[in-house]
Design a protein around this ligand. Structure first.
Ligand code: ADP
Ligand code: MG
Length: 227
C-alpha cells in the first residue's frame, strides 16, 4: 500500500473538553487507485487529509507513506517526505501571481540535482497532460478558474509523488468544469500510479472513483470495492 492509515484518532481542544475529529480511522490506498471520501460538512474529511499529508500529527494511530512509518519523524524529516512523496491539492489553487504556469511547476522541483532542463521538460509534459500545453507562459490572471485548478493539479505531480491528496477541488467551478477536473484526477491517478484520496461533497463525482468511503462524525465506513 502506498498510503496506510491505521487506527488514527485526532482530537482538537474544544473549551474544557476535546472534540474528536477522527475516531480510529483506518484506510489503505494502493498505487494507481482513486479513493473518494464523501461526508457532510464538519465530518472530518479535511482532518483526514491533513493527517495523511503529515501536516497534523494524530493523537493515536499511524500513517505510513510508501512503506515509511511517519511516527516519531522530525519536522524536517516530514517536510522532506512531503516534498518527495506527497502531492497536495487544496480547494483554492493558491498560485503565485507573478509566475507563469510553467514556472509554478518549476519552483516545486525538489533540489536534488535535477538539471534545469529536466525540470522544464517535466513541467511542459505535465501541463500537456492537464490540457494546458498552449498556456504554459500564462500567468494566473490570464487563466480561467478551471485552468488554474489544472495548474494546481499539475504542480502537485511535479515531484512524482507516491500519494496524491485532493480536497474538494471543484468547489469554485461549475458542474461541467468540475466533472472535467475529477475525470482528469482519475486519469492522472492511473497514468502516474499515485495512491489518490479525493475529498468531494458532490456525489456525481463518485463514478470516477475506484473506491468510495464515507466519513460521519470522524468515523469511516469501509471502502466499498468496487463501487
Ligand atoms: P470537513 O472537512 O469534513 O468539513 P473538518 O475535518 O474540517 O471537516 O472538521 C472536522 C471537525 O473538526 C469539525 O467539527 C471542525 O469544526 C473541527 N476542526 C477542524 N479543524 C479544527 C481546528 N484547527 N481546531 C479545532 N477544531 C477543528
Ligand atoms: Mg473540509
Amino acid at each position: 500500500m502506498s498510503l496506510h492509515l491505521t487506527a488514527v484518532t485526532l482530537t482538537y481542544a474544544d473549551g474544557d473538553t476535546r472534540l474528536t475529529a477522527l475516531d480510529e480511522v483506518s484506510l489503505a490506498v494502493p498505487p494507481g487507485s482513486l479513493t473518494a471520501v464523501v461526508g457532510p460538512s464538519g465530518s472530518g474529511k479535511s482532518s483526514l487529509l491533513a493527517v495523511a499529508a503529515t501536516l497534523v500529527t494524530p493523537d493515536a494511530g499511524t500513517v505510513t507513506v510508501d512503506g515509511t512509518v511517519t511516527s516519531g519523524m522530525t519536522r524536517g524529516e516530514l517536510a522532506a517526505l512531503r516534498r518527495e512523496k506527497i502531492g497536495i491539492v487544496f480547494q483554492q489553487p493558491n498560485l503565485i501571481p507573478s509566475l507563469s504556469a510553467a514556472e509554478q511547476l518549476q519552483v516545486m522541483a525538489r533540489i536534488d540535482g535535477r538539471r534545469p532542463r529536466t525540470v522544464r521538460a517535466r513541467a511542459r509534459e505535465l501541463l500537456a497532460a492537464v490540457g494546458l500545453a498552449d498556456q504554459a507562459d500564462r500567468r494566473p490572471h490570464q487563466l480561467s478558474g478551471g485552468q488554474r485548478q489544472r495548474v494546481n493539479i499539475a504542480r502537485a505531480l511535479m515531484n512524482d509523488p507516491t500519494v496524491l491528496l485532493v480536497d474538494e477541488p471543484t468547489s469554485a467551478l461549475d458542474h461541467e468544469r468540475g466533472a472535467a477536473v475529477i475525470d482528469l484526477i482519475a486519469r492522472l491517478t492511473h497514468q502516474q500510479a499515485t495512491a489518490t484520496v479525493l475529498v468531494t461533497h458532490d456525489r456525481s463525482h463518485l463514478s470516477a472513483a475506484d473506491r468510495v468511503t464515507e466519513v460521519n462524525d470522524g468515523r469511516l465506513t469501509h471502502p466499498t470495492s468496487p463501487r
